[in-house]
Design a protein around this ligand. Structure first.
Ligand SMILES: NC(=O)c1ccc[n+]([C@@H]2O[C@H](COP(=O)([O-])OP(=O)(O)OC[C@H]3O[C@@H](n4cnc5c(N)ncnc54)[C@H](OP(=O)(O)O)[C@@H]3O)[C@@H](O)[C@H]2O)c1
Length: 238
């Protein structure tokens, strides 16, 4: 899709990758960006094209209000996410459910409400789901999170099938570690959110169904294409 002139909505846009995506969309010529956040007062809006929007993806009434208030969206970026659950054998049930609540059910709830909005875009529309390399193979140290991101990837594939014949593309973003609050305490090489956001938008412009937006993701994406088993083994020690 062409980003110039697009009208985007980014969930979880007050910090981390979401904030970088809003800036990158403005740089790419978006006409308007709904910067959705649980607390929209935390959205920094120096550009008149930014429209802060209250959106907690666990609150159906807020999602409905957002779909009414942002009825001109052509690009929906489901970025909001959490990483609560660590190893699957020891993570609490509450932590496992928290990851699924936001990363799977919250994302799906937003999509369900916004599909009728996106259908109105006569020149076509795009849904971008920010997933993870963990969607394609588990990081055992974040096994619960990985399971939720794998489920979100499966839902992304289901949506492609369900929306076939409509002018709505459904793209999966599969980043490696990003230098944000989410993995602040994990000692590993990370890509800056600014660079990842640029990589995401380059993939959106090219209409790639699987976007690997940073150097580690590109390398791991090539491995995944070569051998799913080798990919699984590469992450087994994480
Ligand atoms: N960081 C990484 O290494 C990495 C790697 C691959 C993929 N990702 C994915 O990238 C996306 C962005 O993550 P990040 O690294 O930027 O994390 P982050 O810095 O922790 O930011 C997470 C964002 O999601 C929002 N959020 C959480 N639950 C929400 C809810 N119920 N409703 C609305 N917003 C909610 C947060 O809002 P509050 O400020 O209100 O909490 C925050 O804006 C996530 O989907 C994550 O899984 C991250």
């Amino acid at each position: 899709m062409k980003l110039r002139g697009s009208i985007a909505l980014v969930t979880g846009s007050n910090r981390g990758l979401g904030k970088a995506l809003v800036s990158a969309l403005l740089d790419a010529g978006a006409a308007k960006v709904y910067a959705a956040a649980r607390d929209p007062r935390k959205v920094v809006s120096t550009d008149p094209r930014i429209v802060p929007l209250a959106l907690d993806t666990s609150k159906p009434e807020q999602i409905a209000a957002a779909a009414r208030g942002a009825g001109d969206v052509t690009l929906l970026v489901n970025n909001a996410g959490v990483a609560s659950a660590a190893n699957v054998l020891t993570a609490s049930q509450a932590a496992l459910e928290a990851d699924f609540a936001t990363n799977v059910y919250g994302t799906l709830a937003v999509i369900r409400r916004f599909v009728p909005v996106l259908e109105r875009a006569t020149a076509g529309a795009t849904i971008v789901n920010v997933l993870s390399l963990a969607s394609l193979g588990s990081f055992p140290a974040l096994g619960g999170y990985s399971a939720s991101k794998a489920a979100a990837y499966s839902i992304t594939q289901a949506l492609r099938g369900e929306l076939r014949g409509k002018l709505i593309d459904v793209l999966a973003v599969l980043p490696g570690p990003i230098d944000t609050d989410m993995v602040r305490d994990l000692p590993m090489p990370k890509t800056s959110p600014v660079d990842v956001a640029r990589g995401v938008l380059a993939g959106v412009e090219r209409g790639e169904e699987e976007i690997f937006p940073d150097p580690m993701a590109v390398e791991m994406g090539a491995l995944w294409n070569r051998s799913h088993k080798e990919y699984e083994r590469a992450f087994a020690s994480f």
